[in-house]
Every structure is written in structure tokens, then in C-alpha cells.
Design a protein around this ligand. Sequence first.
Ligand code: MLT
Length: 408
Amino acid sequence: MITINENYLKLQASYLFSDIAKRVASFQQAHPDRDIIRLGIGDVTRALPAACIEALHAATDEMAADASFRGYGPEQGYGFLREAIAENDFRARGADVNADEIFVSDGAKCDTGNIQEIFSTTIKIAIPDPVYPVYLDTNVMAGRTGIFADGRYQGLCYLDSVRENNYVPRLPSEAVDLIYLCFPNNPTGSTISKEQLRTWVDYARENRAVILFDAAYEAFIRDESLPRSIYEVEGAREVAIEFRSYSKTAGFTGTRCAYTVVPKECVAYDSQGNRQLLHPLWNRRHCTKFNGVSYPIQKAAAAVYSEAGKKQVRELTDYYLRNAALIKKEITALGFDSVGGDNAPYIWIDGQGRDSWEFFDMLLNKASVVCTPGSGFGRCGQGYIRLSAFNSYENVQKAMARIKQALL
Ligand code: MLT
């Protein structure tokens, strides 16, 4: 008799963003004349940078001639992209990362979801609350948790990210093995200082733990004192894996390209307590289950690092940050407390006692604006909503005017 992976039965009914999409679709069906403005899922709305498009066209032409056509590429990514990443994203900022430590992939969602496969199912996981649901759900699927009760899965160490700690979690009081951190944070938009990040690196070194550092939103950092990579912190190479994405940086949500850094010194242990390098394990997993990102898309990603590409990416992220500043200004004028929006495209808003989903429904019904209910990101998100800056400036202006009207 075929049996299922029963861990899937522990999961909440559906993935947060699918749930929201369904609710919005049924609202639209019931109100076909309503012009809905989406500030929910962080999906970019502006075209790819011109430099990326040019590279994409040129690479497509190469694929049209036998002499320049390419079939399977290296699973880890083409050298031209990995070199450009190492040079521009890391060495230029004093972080020591080599091209052969970079694994190009089709998304940080997949990588942050898949990486847990190389660790034992018996390890203790520390997960922020609120959190990007992928980290949590993939560990549930793998069987690292108990059942869901009182808004939390049993067996996990939750790291509360709340107003009292400025949405940067404190070190756990119990020993943990694998720690998920994301800064600039999704969903709160909060940032971490280099000193705070150092305490986590030191913790991981002392406790023989590993940090999974999701830096998908680093391109939105404008405060030069903030770290963009965990490898800016001394000692991180032994204990940290970093995830990056071109989705929010350069508008690749539909195009798909991202990468993961697994330094050659990064270690975990086998059941006998022997040190085991993580780079060969992830390489093995990557080569077995993934056939690489297509050549034209990697060419487009590499164009991000050209002089024109750098300028265009800066303009793109500046555009969304201008939206974020407007949301922040208007929401503050309406008397709400919020965090994020300065060095991140998300604004995390305290609903002043409103239930998250009720706030979501109210904004949808009265303002035709989609937000993300904070409780969908965890128990600590109850009472909050998240507004995303990914839309046109005109739509953000319209949305904020409508929200103001709805709250009168
Ligand atoms: C979000 O809205 O949190 C993100 O867009 C989700 C994602 O990147 O998968």
C-alpha cells in the first residue's frame, strides 16, 4: 500500500500567498468593476533593466546559431556570472567569497527551501516569528517539527521579532543547530547592524551551529553602515550560508535567477561528531536535482554588474524605495506605528488592536487594496499587516488615499 509523507498533514491548509491570491480572485469575481491595487505579495511591477534585456536578446541570438548554441551548462552556473558575483557583490565590499563557492539557481525560495535537505532531521531549528513561510513549511515537510498548536509548530525554537527588540531577535536561551535569519527582513522590513549580526556569528561558532542568511533584499540598503552580506562579519565563513536573489534587485521574479554561497570552510558534523564540509554536500545535491539556469537568463543576470546595469538597478530599487517612503509617511500621518521601508521594500504596520485578517478584509472591501496579513507570517505577526512597495508610484498614491478614506 502506498503511503504519504504524513508531515504534509501537519501543514496549514495552503501556502500564505496562494491563500491571499484565492481570496483576492473571489473578491474580484464578486466585484468585477473594482480596480484592485496589489500591495500584498512582493512581486515587482517594473520592466527588467535595459542592460539585462540587451544581454537577453544577444544571448537568445547566440542560441539561434549552431556555432554559438549551448546545451546543458555547468549546474553551478557559468563562470562569467559566478566571477561577476564574487567580484561585485562580495570582494568589492571586503567580503571574502570565491566564484567556486557560488551556486547559481532559479530562486532564493527554492534554495532556502531545499537547503535543509543536507542537515539531519533531528537537529534543533531556530526560526524567527514573524517569518517568510518557506523556511518553516519546508522543515515541517521534512519532519523536523511536531504538530501545529496555538499558532506554532512543536519542537521548534521560535525567535520573537517584536517591537521590544526592534524586530531583531535575541539569541536563543537554548542550544540550537540551524538558525534562519533574513535581513533586510521579510516581512518586517527591519535591518540588523553589523554588531548585532556579529553576536549571531559568535553564537553559531560557540554552539557549532549554522546560520542560513537570506539577503534577498540587500539591494534596498541605503544606510552604508548596515551589512549587506553576513561575510562582512569576521568568522562567518565557517558558520554561514547566504542566499541572494535577482528577483527584487533587478526585477527577475518572472525571469528567475538567484544564487547561494556555501563557503569552502563551512562545516556541520556527522553523528560521530566529525567535521563535514557543507560545500561538497550542497554541490552533490545541486548537481543531482538541478540542471542549471538557462544561458540567456544567466547572461541577463551578469548584465546587472555592467556599468549601465548597476546604474539601472539602482534606479529600479530607488523607485520602489520612493514608494516605501510614501507608504511610511502616509501610514504614520494616519497614526499607525510601523517599521521598515527605509532600507527595505516592506512596511510592517501595527494595526492598533485589529486582527490581521480583519484588517486585510477591511482594506480589500473598503479600499480595494491588497495587503498581507501579519498573522500569516507567524503568531508574533498577529495584529499587524505588511504593505509592499512593489507597484507603480501612482498606484501607491491611489492606494494610500483610499486607505485614508476607508479609515475615516
Ligand atoms: C513576499 O511577498 O514575501 C515574497 O514576494 C515572497 C517570495 O519572494 O517568494
